[in-house]
Design a protein around this ligand. Structure first.
Ligand SMILES: Cc1cc2nc3c(=O)[nH]c(=O)nc-3n(C[C@H](O)[C@H](O)[C@H](O)COP(=O)(O)O)c2cc1C
Length: 172
């Protein structure tokens, strides 16, 4: 990627959580790039632990995946986002985000995104049993109240496609 290409187009943060479907996150990155987004991936520490092919994602985006905070004297690795998507979004991350917990870079980024005024889209990957937990229902209400957009759940156990491109539809 030339420096000029690297500075063209709006910048999308893709936040990746530790759900099994994360193995296919390359589909979202490719679709975003086809829609002219530049993409930077921020993964939870759990997601970095074998949930997706990190080398392939870094090659596809042309940027290192971020998972930990930079050192104070390091430059900001990504520009400010024009939009943020969380895909897949876990039960754990959605609840911590709604509660304002920022103990990982991914959560800190999401907590900040609510105040940035940029579109934020979420593809939850939460099974029906967990989705019935009262904290989860409250989290959705709270985050929707700040303008965060959620896609309808898809049941992958019934063979439904995760529908990665819906994340882009939510923010465009
Ligand atoms: C193979 C595997 C698949 C998982 N899939 C999901 C999932 O689809 N949704 C979910 O909410 N948690 C799932 N989990 C549990 C999360 O990884 C766990 O709650 C973790 O704490 C989430 O961390 P994160 O939100 O920081 O990424 C899965 C765990 C494993 C080991």
């Amino acid at each position: 990627m030339t420096e000029q290409q690297d500075q063209q187009g709006p910048f999308l943060y893709v936040v990746v959580c530790a759900a099994g479907v994360a193995a296919d996150v390359g589909r979202l990155i490719t679709a975003a790039q086809e829609r002219r987004w530049r993409v930077g991936v921020i993964a939870t520490p759990h997601a970095m632990n074998g949930f997706f092919d990190t080398a392939a994602v870094e090659e596809r985006t042309g940027r290192p995946i971020r998972s930990a905070w930079r050192r104070p004297d390091d430059p900001r690795p990504f520009p400010a986002p024009d939009a943020v998507v969380v895909a897949p979004a876990t039960f754990n991350t959605i609840n911590k985000w709604a509660a304002g917990i920022a103990d990982t870079l991914a959560l800190g980024t999401l907590c900040e995104a609510c105040g940035l005024g940029v579109p934020v889209g979420v593809l939850p990957c939460v099974n029906e049993t967990l989705a019935g937990h009262p904290a989860y229902r409250d989290s959705l209400i709270r985050l929707r109240g700040t303008g965060v957009r959620f896609a309808e759940p898809r049941d992958r156990t019934r063979g439904e496609d995760f529908g990665w491109e819906r994340a882009l539809d939510l923010i465009e």
